[in-house]
Design a protein around this ligand. Sequence first.
Ligand SMILES: [Zn+2]
Ligand SMILES: [Zn+2]
Length: 407
Amino acid sequence: MAVRSYNFNDNTQLSAHFNVQEFRCKCSQNHEILIAEELVDKLEKLYSKLNCSKIIITSGMRCPSYDISIGGNGGGQHPIGKAADVVCYNQAGERISSKLVCCTAQDLGFGGIANIDTTYTATHLDVRTSNIWYGNEVINYHTVTDDFYQYYGISRQNIKVVSAMKGIDVSVHNGSINWNQVKNDGVQFAILRAGYGREKSQKDQRFEEYYANAKAVGMPVGCYWYSYATGVEEARLEAQVCLSVIKGKQFEYPVYFDLEEQNAFNTGKSNCSAMVRAFCGELEKAGYFAGLYMSRSPFNSYMEDDIKTKYALWLAEYGQKLNYNGSVGMWQKSSTGRISGINGDVDMNECYIDYPERIQSAGLNGFSKCEIIDTPQIAPEIPKSENQATVEVNINGETYSGKLNKT
Ligand SMILES: [Zn+2]
Ligand SMILES: [Zn+2]
């Protein structure tokens, strides 16, 4: 395994996601940067196995004097270019738990692995080949386990590395759709246009058909409402019409406010933001998981900060990359996709959040929440026999009772 030396100002791209500069020592002296090839190779594997959107190296190579200045002993793996402290981010822009990073790094054969902060978001990784160290610096600096899965109580089967889901969005303009073919082409969800404007007659002419046929093939769906509103009251009216159109249906994906009319943008940032709050607020009051669809550029110009984290975000930008650093749930990346079962151009999307899980477990979008609210109690007036107990359980306000047999 080679450790290479680079000039202080060298900015060679080492791999798809890592540059020499990211490993530079944070002392102020102009000295060489040591980087082990195997470290970069393994970080790249970690990146892809965790399906990261980015990995930030908070500390790479450290010269002995800098290592000592921050509490190290000047030895160890950082000074010899074999270690990096990292924070990994998922596709939604959220930090990935260091517990999960430790488990994955273990599978990839890193020789030194340790959680290094109390919030479990930063991880030390190195490529030592002897005296393996599986640590947790919150506890101490010694090896704490020989198996992170066991140590953190994570089961391999439970690690669901969420990769981007492939989806489409459709309206009457897409014409007749063969949903079986769409599904067989690998489409995993569909966002349907429910309608537009503030009249009930403006329901999308194929909304009912698309909804029924998508559901019939087991395709999870969401929907959107195309806005012509230029003020808060109109946005609220549109929400009411939207709610009446989608009533009685179930959506595994959010219900989006589609804001793209120049007339709306012309009213300015504060008013546009207020319209989004008005529409989405009405939806939330009615038990829906509300979202916002916008193009990336006007989104940057016309949305106030609170909007960025308040609702499910679906941003459009056509090309290889979504140029947005914040957290985003869905990206509309093309308007000219081809999908079997649909004639002509199709809007293509990637989704990074498990909305079906979130929405159904929260009992939103027409799904009912089923959870045990009270702990089961043995009904006191009925005596308990050796092998049987009568139990009452309260689910969503309804009481159920019955006998449980001893196993
Ligand atoms: Zn240094
Ligand atoms: Zn470290």
